[in-house]
Design a protein around this ligand. Structure first.
Ligand code: ADP
Ligand code: MG
Length: 359
């Protein structure tokens, strides 16, 4: 195993202030060697600042950054052995593809004799073999982004940082590139830290996702854990299509929503006033004989059915008027189960899917 495969990254209580603005607030994060970690959060949440601290272009106001046993907090970017890919490619337009990819080798004063081989290998990795002599302006957006990737990988960095690298691409290409990047990550074995504001992209690509809000790390977890077990209302509403409903505690393992009692398979947070975070696809329309549960059933009235192609979104009102939303597959069998607007409906929420967060 080479050194790269064994080197993790550790951020310890990193903070960054710009005058009165706290861009990053005491963030600690351990990234395993070879892990793909996404930093996810709305605009201004501190993602780029945290990436900059890792890359060495932002000096933290407090805290430290470690690669393996080495404290790199104040090491300049070119001493970090880190590959970087930005949103807008940042390729040199006057250089060929080959010259662009060779640039980090030149900057690192690597022996010239090895450049051609390394450039060819990096281009093969991103499926652009033989593109060395092309000009940048002859390439499509997706090809340019792949050149940027090849340039970030050519010197075999232990860590690759990416700041919204796909956000300039159209939806279809973005999804193709997500799959390619994932595949590339498996092949390379390098550690990748990936910034995105797109929750779906983060879930698709990452081993773990770190959710940031106002410069704070709110939750870091696997995509499944993050989606199924959000730690608070912010994460629940930022991921997926959750509805948040006011509920009150009803004992150790249940909450009350209007007249309905909902049992949960998970520990309840403290407090009497709580929030139920329910994702659209977790509510199941009760077909009558589908369940014998006496709890976890909600009576409501359908208010609107929106056809959205692969699925339908159904809006319903609880007896007190609170709105509920659920998603049903677009196939005809599922569609037949959806009552028309104005009709009553009973939905069931499995105790495993009954997620309660602090209010
Ligand atoms: N160079 C800077 N000078 C002043 N404020 C900055 C600077 N860079 C970032 N900020 C502020 O820090 C906060 C976090 O920014 P940033 O890390 O770019 O967020 P994100 O990448 O999540 O959109 C924002 O409030 C932003 O305005
Ligand atoms: Mg940013």
């Amino acid at each position: 195993m080479d050194a790269r495969a064994k080197t993790g990254v550790s951020i310890r209580s990193a903070g960054k202030r710009y005058g009165p603005v706290v861009a990053l607030d005491e963030v600690s994060l351990d990234i395993e060697p070879g892990e793909f970690v996404s930093l996810l959060g709305p605009s201004g949440s501190g993602k780029t600042t945290l990436l900059g601290i890792l890359g060495g272009f932002v000096q933290p106001s407090s805290g430290s950054v470690w690669v393996g046993e080495r404290d790199i907090t104040f090491a300049p970017p070119h001493k970090r052995n880190i590959g970087i890919v930005f949103q807008n490619y940042a390729l040199f337009p006057h250089m060929t593809v080959g010259e662009n990819v060779a640039f980090p080798l030149r900057a690192r004063r690597e022996p010239k004799a090895g450049w051609a081989r390394k450039v060819a290998d990096a281009l093969t990795m991103v499926e652009l073999s033989g593109f060395e002599a092309r000009n940048i302006n002859q390439l499509s957006g997706g090809q340019r982004q792949r050149v940027a990737l090849a340039r970030a990988m050519v010197f075999e960095p232990q860590l690759i940082l990416m700041d919204e690298p796909l956000s300039a691409l159209d939806k279809q290409l973005r999804e193709t590139m997500q799959i390619e990047l994932r595949r590339l990550h498996r092949k390379l074995g390098a550690t990748i830290v990936y910034v995105t504001h797109d929750q779906r992209e983060a879930l698709t690509m990452s081993d773990r996702v770190a959710v940031l809000k106002n410069g704070k790390l709110v939750q870091i977890d696997t995509p499944e854990r993050l989606y199924d077990r959000p730690c608070d209302a912010f994460v629940a509403s930022f991921i997926g299509e959750a509805t948040l409903l006011d509920v009150s505690r009803a004992g150790d393992d249940a909450v009350r929503l209007g007249d309905a009692l909902l049992r949960t398979a998970h520990p309840l947070p403290r407090g009497e006033r709580l929030l139920l975070a329910v994702q659209t696809e977790k509510l199941v329309i009760d077909g009558g004989a589908t369940t014998t549960m006496t709890t976890n059933r909600l009576s409501c009235r359908v208010t609107e059915v929106l056809y959205q192609g692969e699925s339908l979104r159904v809006f319903a009102a609880l007896p007190d008027g609170t709105s509920l939303s659920l998603r049903q597959p677009g196939n005809h069998d599922a569609r037949r189960r959806i009552p028309s607007p104005g009709e009553p409906m009973t939905v069931v929420l499995d105790p495993q899917d009954t997620i309660v967060v602090p209010a």
